[in-house]
Each structure stands twice: as structure tokens, then as C-alpha cells.
Design a protein around this ligand. Structure first.
Ligand code: PLP
Length: 372
């Protein structure tokens, strides 16, 4: 199997699995209990928190662990919406955001908040003049992701933060696909992260909060995370997240250079006839979302069962509905259906990626012959 679905999830690093092992086996204490074992578990949770914060490199904030980035995004949006006033109750987001943001914003709109979903250009990038026209003193929070999970395009988050702050609004950044891979610009007030996108375990995410920014709790109970998020933490998952963050920080440049080499190898091996969806300059290179006239992406996936890649989104794979991200770029139904997403990274070799891309190209040609 050649794994080319790094945006869906990443393979767990052996260093991460190794660090987690004792906390999955013998060291089972509750990190919130006062026994010596409990205090030992609490100490490793704090080391892990520090490792994630260090890798994030943002100043003046604190980090709470959550069960996923989906939870972190729900918490940030709903928790800040709780603080809305009649004069400041608008949310601005972007049409290409992850469902964890878009659906939460829609839900809040159903509760009476005023929602604006901004379009993107054909390159997938938000037009800052458009944002400037929408920003006013009624905007409570702006939610924009840094690296898009479907098309890899980067949004100018630092500039967006400056603009949001100038109108007194907060910026929530979904940095799930960016964290550990590229630097996150200073500026966001809230940042959502997920361990399983950086070779860590599934089932743990985090919300970084700038000092003074405190969303109301989403989960009530024991108040384990600074009184803001309840639920017993898993030391094993925290240790795994910390180890993955530390590794990502140490390997950041090496991984980045490797991914750029992979991108060049993939585009060369695919050959002619493919169009890249989204900006080719403002992007993270571990994501290659491509389309080809007349291609049936779902059929291609079925034809190449030992190469793991996907359509524009899981939603598109499951329901037959075209991806909302590709639609936001202006692609029609046929163009979306003829798009596939290849995701690669740290553990992908140039050889396996080249082999997979040649097989993808050959299978696409075979489809064309059959359909001719
Ligand atoms: N945001 C982005 C950009 C993602 O790619 C994902 C995962 O697919 C999420 C949020 C949700 O992350 P999690 O799986 O931790 O809930």
C-alpha cells in the first residue's frame, strides 16, 4: 500500500508510539488525582503541554487539551459566541473552511448570530479588500484556516489578524494542517490543533488561547483544564501529542525540504493533462489536488486499490456531493468529480510517490481509452 492521504491523517511516528507505550500499559493513574502516581501523570501532561506550546512558537497564551480539533473549533466559536452583545454579534468566516467551522457557524446563525461567509478567488485565497468591506464594529470573531485541508492553499492569517483586531474582533485560526509544517504567523487569538495530523495519536487536539481571551466552556464537569474544559485527560494521548510536536519542531526544515522535493517528483511523474486546483505559489506542498478533463476520480480510486488517496473531501467520497471547497473555487460538478487529492509528507519516499503517480497517470489514460 502506498499511503497518499496525509491530509486525512498521518502515520504515527515510532518515537511517538514508543513515548506513549508506558502510559498505555502500567502507568494508568488519573492525572487529576493527588496520589504520587497521579502527580507523576500530571507532570508528563505538563511536559507535553510545554512541548506543543514550544512547537507552536506563539507568545502570550496558554493551551488546553481537547478531544480533537473539531472540539477545539466548536469550543472557540460557541464559547466566544456566548460573549456576544447586541452590538457585537457577527461572525465572519470563509467558504473553504473545514466543516467543523462552517457547520458550527451555521448552527450559531440558527441561534441568532449574524453570519457572513466570504467567497475565495479561483486560487482559493480570500480577497482582503472583500474582508475589509465586511469588517466593522459589530464583528465578534473571524474564523480563517491557515492551510486548507483539501487544496493546501495558504490564507494570509497574519494580515487577517491585524485587520480583525483593528475592528475589535478576535481571530480564530484552524491551524490543523499547518502546525508542525510551516510557521504560524503571530496574530491569531485562538488556534485549533490536532495531534493526528502531525504523526501523533487520534483523539486529542488542543486550543491555544491568547492571554485574556477565554471562551466560555463547552464541556462542564470537573474543570480539569484550567476550569475551562472538563474531562479526564489521557496522559498517553497527551504524551503522544507532545512527542509528535517536539519531533515536528526538530524536523521542521528537513520535513519541509523533503515535501518540496516530493511535490516536484509528483508533478513530473504525473505528466501532462493535469490542472492543479488552487494557488500553486501560496501553498503547502504536501497537498496536490489535481483534476483532469473527463476523469472519474471515484473510479480511479477503485481502480488503484493499493494506493490510498482521496477525492477533494471525505464528504465528496461518501455522498457523491461535490466538495464545497472545489465549488468555492468556481469548479462545476464535472470538474469536481474529475479531481483527486494526493497528500504526502515525512515518511513518503520519492520512489513510492513517483511509482504511484505513474500508475495514477496510466489509470487515467486507460479510462480515457475506455470512454473514447
Ligand atoms: N480542521 C482541518 C483543517 C482538518 O483537516 C481537520 C481534520 O480533518 C479538522 C479541522 C478536524 O480535526 P480532528 O480530526 O482533530 O477533529
Amino acid at each position: 500500500m502506498i499511503y497518499l492521504d496525509y491530509q486525512a491523517t498521518t502515520p504515527i511516528a515510532s518515537e511517538v508510539a514508543h513515548a506513549m507505550e508506558p502510559w498505555l500499559k502500567d502507568k494508568f493513574a488519573n492525572p487529576h488525582s493527588p496520589s504520587r502516581w497521579g502527580r507523576e501523570a500530571a507532570a508528563v501532561v505538563e511536559v507535553a503541554r510545554e512541548q506543543v506550546v514550544r512547537a507552536l512558537k506563539l507568545k502570550g497564551g496558554s493551551l488546553a487539551f481537547t478531544g480533537s480539533a473539531t472540539e477545539a473549533l466548536n469550543w472557540a466559536l460557541k464559547g466566544i459566541a456566548e460573549q456576544a452583545t447586541p452590538g457585537r454579534n457577527r461572525i465572519i468566516t470563509v467558504a473553504t473552511e473545514h466543516a467543523a467551522v462552517l457547520d458550527t457557524c451555521e448552527w450559531l446563525a440558527g441561534k441568532g448570530l449574524d453570519l457572513t461567509v466570504l467567497p475565495v478567488g479561483a486560487d482559493g485565497i480570500l480577497d482582503l479588500d472583500e474582508l475589509a468591506r465586511e469588517l466593522d464594529e459589530r464583528v465578534l470573531i473571524v474564523a480563517v484556516m491557515l492551510v486548507n485541508n483539501e487544496i493546501g492553499v495558504l490564507q494570509p492569517v497574519g494580515e487577517i489578524a491585524r485587520m480583525a483586531h483593528a475592528s475589535g474582533a478576535l481571530l480564530l485560526c484552524d491551524a490543523v494542517q499547518a502546525f508542525g509544517r510551516i510557521d504560524i504567523a503571530e496574530g491569531p487569538d485562538l488556534v485549533a490543533l490536532s495531534a493526528h495530523k502531525i504523526h501523533g495519536p487520534k483523539g486529542i487536539g488542543a486550543l491555544w488561547m491568547r492571554d485574556g481571551v477565554k471562551p466560555e466552556p463547552l464541556l462542564h464537569g470537573g474543570g480539569q483544564e484550567q476550569g475551562l474544559r472538563s474531562g479526564t485527560l489521557s496522559p498517553a494521548l497527551c504524551v503522544g501529542f507532545g512527542a509528535a510536536a517536539k519531533l515536528a519542531e526538530e524536523r521542521c526544515t528537513k520535513d519541509y525540504d523533503h515535501v518540496r522535493r516530493l511535490w516536484v517528483a509528483a508533478t513530473e511523474a504525473l505528466g501532462h493533462g493535469w490542472i492543479i486546483n488552487g494557488s500553486t505559489s501560496h501553498r503547502y506542498c504536501g497537498n496536490l489536488n489535481i483534476r483532469r478533463a473527463g476523469l472519474d476520480g471515484a473510479r480511479l480510486i477503485a481502480d488503484l486499490r493499493d494506493v490510498a488517496f482521496s477525492l477533494g473531501s471525505a464528504c465528496a467520497s461518501g455522498s457523491g456531493r461535490p466538495s464545497h471547497v472545489l465549488r468555492a473555487l468556481g469548479l462545476d460538478y464535472r470538474q469536481s468529480r474529475s479531481s483527486i487529492r494526493l497528500g504526502f509528507g515525512r515518511y513518503t519516499t520519492v520512489k513510492e510517490l513517483t511509482d504511484a503517480c505513474k500508475r495514477i497517470a496510466a489509470a487515467a489514460h486507460a479510462q480515457e481509452k475506455l470512454d473514447a
